[in-house]
Design a binder for this molecule. Structure first.
Ligand code: HEM
Length: 485
């Protein structure tokens, strides 16, 4: 049977010369889908066979319905062998080790139990608001720091300083070297693995220096916050967290030490997979409000009319704010945080719609293209929360972007409930208390936001300027009183 269509391949090199840069891969893949009139494509990048999936229907057919075959991950020499992120279950191959960590995560942080994550999110968001009041120009770093704090606090229960926190700093620096996310091709050693044996002093082996520094940070990030939690637990001062709950559930048999290592490694995923991703969606929310004052005003009106102006929004208000729910969905759709989700790997050969899928192929779900599909979302470039509403209520007939942005099948994001509740409460709290407007330049003209994103495995808006002011004196008082929460 033929491979799925795709650009013409050269002998040995395959499509390596046509491969797009990581800046806009998803756009090129969507263009190829149109050019070859197929939503499933095959490209060959050197030794790597890639299957590009451009519709949600095909992604579900393969990654959900055939998940027993399609749930592994491609492996990369730089991140796994040289930097040492082999313990990260986001990038582990489909294996017993992955299953054990995934089960551990879900058992101790299940979506049906919000007793730890929601109160912690409320606490951090209520501390955020007065900080925005003090230094509104820092709204982007403050929200980023908050996400680092929430994820570390949920993972470990350790205390986080309001700014310049050493744990957030360590985790952030460790993640710089976490090409643990399987984004192929960043380093030549990923394409030619034998290069991993080239010594650091050898000319051109700068990647070895990077790997050595990143490995040091990775090892500290893996161990030190866990050790701090164990110290707090022994001192009786630990706050509830993934680690405290999971440790309380292990039995003291001969397997206890190994189970502790699994808990330690799973805890690292809260920050590694949750901080930058959710932070990115919060920054996109701020950017969308900046660009669309009329949508901001409509959401504020809904909040004011539903809960009044005398208190901050609570999770219990969620069901009564359909426009805000639609707005959050549109934030997730408009600028997807991970435009190609996280690639899967198929472990056995397969046949789909008459095409041959070679074993070992990397499957890239083009989430960006799925969320710009005109059939699901007419005028897809426009930021329009109303597309999700009918008669003032959420319309279940419209494809929910959260079915796409969090990936597919057995590897789908296990932290989506944490991401969504944090994004919702942050958006609700900021909208109820602040106005986000364009800054004025020296001539009094509004400064238009540049709309540029840092594009990689995880995309986020590059810093942009905005004016953030409390909506009223009452709003200021509400913010101040929330500090004592
Ligand atoms: C807006 C925020 C987030 C987005 C867009 C997002 C997106 C994703 C995506 C696309 C995947 C890969 C799914 C696949 O392979 O099909 C993933 C995996 C994962 N996410 Fe998230 N995520 C977010 C927040 C979080 C949070 C808050 C946590 C934890 C606190 C988290 C933990 C994980 C973990 C552990 C995995 C690996 C799952 C596995 O390989 O089995 N994520 N996420």
């Amino acid at each position: 049977l033929p491979l799925p269509p795709g650009p013409k391949k050269l002998p040995i090199l395959g499509n390596i010369l046509q491969m797009p840069s990581s800046e806009n891969e998803w756009e090129v893949y969507a263009d190829w889908a149109r050019e070859f009139n197929s939503d499933i494509l095959h490209v060959q990048a050197g030794n790597n066979s890639l299957i590009l999936v451009n519709t949600v229907e095909i992604a579900k057919d393969l990654l959900d319905k055939r998940s027993a075959k399609y749930s592994s991950r491609p492996q990369f020499t730089m991140s796994a062998d040289l930097v040492g992120w082999i313990w990260s279950f986001v990038s582990m191959p489909y294996s017993d080790a992955w299953k054990e960590r995934r089960r551990m995560f879900q058992k101790n942080f299940h979506p049906s139990d919000d007793s730890i994550h929601k109160p912690r999110e409320i606490e951090f968001i209520r501390q955020l608001l007065p900080r925005i009041l003090d230094t509104p120009e820092d709204i982007l770093p403050l929200t980023k720091h908050m996400m680092g704090g929430i994820t570390l606090s949920l993972g470990y229960g350790i205390d986080i300083h309001p700014t310049n926190d050493p744990w957030v700093d360590l985790a952030g620096r460790a993640m710089e070297g976490a090409s643990g996310y399987p984004m192929p091709g960043t380093f030549l050693v990923d394409t030619i693995p034998i290069l991993k044996y080239v010594p650091e002093w050898f000319p051109g082996a700068g990647f070895q220096t990077k790997a050595r520094i990143w490995r040091g940070l990775q090892e500290r990030f893996r161990q030190e916050p866990f050790d701090a939690t164990v110290r707090d637990l022994n001192a009786g001062t630990a706050r509830p967290s993934f680690v405290s709950v999971a440790l309380s559930r292990i039995d003291d048999g001969p397997d206890a030490a190994r189970q502790r290592d699994v808990i330690r490694d799973t805890a690292g995923m809260f920050f590694a997979a949750g901080a930058e991703t959710t932070g990115s969606s919060i920054h996109t929310f701020i950017l969308a409000m900046l660009c669309h004052p009329e949508i901001q005003a409509k959401a504020q009106k809904e909040i004011d009319e539903t809960i009044g102006t005398g208190r901050l929004p609570e999770f219990s208000d969620q069901a009564n704010l359909p426009y805000l729910a639609a707005l959050v969905k549109e934030v997730m759709r408009w600028r997807p945080v991970t435009p190609m989700a996280v690639p899967h790997k198929v472990i056995e050969e397969d046949i789909y719609n008459g095409y041959y899928i070679p074993a070992g192929s990397t499957i890239i779900p083009n989430v960006w293209a799925m969320l710009r599909n005109q059939d699901h979302y007419p005028d897809p470039l426009v930021f329009n929360p109303d597309r999700f509403l009918k008669d003032g209520q959420l319309n279940p007939a419209i494809l929910d972007p959260t079915e796409v942005v969090f990936g597919f099948g057995r590897r789908a994001c296990p932290g989506s409930h944490i991401a969504l509740s944090t994004l919702w409460l942050t958006a609700a709290s900021i909208l109820s208390t602040f106005n986000i407007t364009k800054k004025l330049d020296a001539n009094g003209d509004p400064i238009e936001p540049h709309m540029k994103y840092f594009n990689a495995m995880i995309c986020y808006p590059l810093p942009f300027e905005c004016e953030v002011k409390p909506r009223s004196k009452t709003a200021e008082k509400v913010i101040q009183s929330a500090v004592d929460y």
